[in-house]
Design a protein around this ligand. Sequence first.
Ligand code: NI
Length: 170
Amino acid sequence: MVFLKDQEQNILYILFGNKKFKFVLRLSVKRVTMTEKIIRFGVSIEPELLNKFDKTIKKKSYTNRSEAIRDLIRKYIIVEESQETDAEGLGTLTILYDHHVSALKNRLIDIQHDHHQEILTTTHIHIDHNNCLEVLVIRGKTKEIKKLADAIKALKGIKHGELVITRASV
Ligand code: NI
């Protein structure tokens, strides 16, 4: 079998024995610009978490994980960028944690004392034998509120943390 390709006319000849087959190539090569480029990357994830994610995105009518993850990334970037300002605001940080994780309670108290001027109030609820829920109300520059909330959320033992920022001037 011999392949002969006419580059100019996009015609492919295949010689098979004494027979010659002619194919007109209609493969349109899509021009890929930098913005259209798609990069594939691997994500390590626990099966249980992925299973929950799949169920959640199915309810939201996503047909595949990639689209759901792209939307999440866009949303994340928008939220992060909108909070990086000098504007004065108020934040409520809700955290859920296991109070058995050693050093966490002390670290949380230390941080709250270090920021006693910004943290207006803290509400603590004992949810069950292990878990505690706290809501911190923080006042200050939006970016400072975010920085403080990020520092608390990053502490080992914090299971979930969510910051909501609002402004009196809205
Ligand atoms: Ni508690």
